[in-house]
Design a protein around this ligand. Structure first.
Ligand code: SF4
Length: 145
């Protein structure tokens, strides 16, 4: 699955749930996306739910964003440095993140970062439209590439 395929599939899943939550306030929506509630009510939202696993071992894990507004990706490659092509990176260079390098490809590894899963961060960047929150993550490049 490419980054963009994941993005589109997740945006559609997220919207389908949000379309059923019009009666809830923004704060109630954020609470609704708690890991425990989502695992119970929307097992298809995340493959880890069925395995009773979490993407990050943290108390009060929230699944509203799942991805991160600071993430940047392009399936064509964002930039080249020597023989390495960067396909994803962290726009704030969070210290909890790191680069995963293999065969000249560099991908952002967010496995150690809890930033987008914390309630106060979600409140700061909140929109009921997930695509709106994530609009800067897709790096569109000049068509010549
Ligand atoms: S390292 Fe953290 S802040 Fe940076 S893109 Fe990944 S999850 Fe977001």
């Amino acid at each position: 699955m490419t980054y963009l395929e994941w993005f589109e599939a997740h945006a559609n899943k997220h919207k389908a749930i949000m379309d059923t939550l019009t009666e809830l306030s923004d704060s109630e929506v954020i609470d609704y996306f708690s890991y425990e509630n989502m695992k119970e009510k929307h097992v298809d939202f995340c493959p880890l739910y069925a395995e009773d696993k979490k993407c990050h071992e943290m108390k009060d894990l929230n699944c509203y964003l799942c991805g991160c507004m600071h993430f940047r990706f392009s399936d064509k490659g964002i930039r080249k440095e020597g023989d390495k092509t960067y396909y994803s990176l962290c726009s704030i260079e969070a210290k909890e993140g790191k680069a995963f390098v293999s065969d000249g490809s560099v991908h952002q590894d967010c496995s150690g970062c809890l930033i987008p899963h914390k309630k106060h961060v979600i409140e700061k960047y909140f929109s009921r439209d997930w695509r709106e929150v994530m609009k800067q993550t897709i790096v569109s490049l000049p068509s010549s590439r």
